[in-house]
Design a protein. Structure first.
Length: 104
């Protein structure tokens, strides 16, 4: 979905990070200045992953994580990209809303 919209996006599989621990994935995203998109709520912990240190952290908090619901929620969030910066912010993407928290 991100690639189709013209974003330079890579998955953990593309990066050979399948099974890597969260801190390792976060470190690669930080080093490469890539926004991190995940279903893992651990990335929403601003003490461990301060948004201002990243090109953006987007966490999907969807009750049912089936593909249509996840893709639908993310597509709705992507509509905000032209209006809300991603860099330095934590986006919490839910089924019906998106909450955005700025870094310090």
């Amino acid at each position: 979905m991100l690639r189709s919209a013209g974003h330079d996006a890579l998955s953990v599989l593309d990066q050979d990070l399948k099974g890597a621990a969260d801190p390792g994935i976060a470190a690669v995203c930080r080093f490469e200045r890539r926004a991190l998109v995940s279903l893992d709520a651990d990335f929403a912990d601003v003490r461990t992953y301060p948004p201002e240190e990243y090109a953006g952290i987007l966490v999907l908090r969807i009750k049912r994580q089936d593909k249509p619901l996840v893709l639908g929620a993310f597509a709705r969030a992507m509509r905000l990209f032209p209006f809300e910066p991603v860099e330095g912010r934590l986006w919490i993407i839910e089924e019906e809303r998106v909450r955005i928290r700025e870094g310090r």
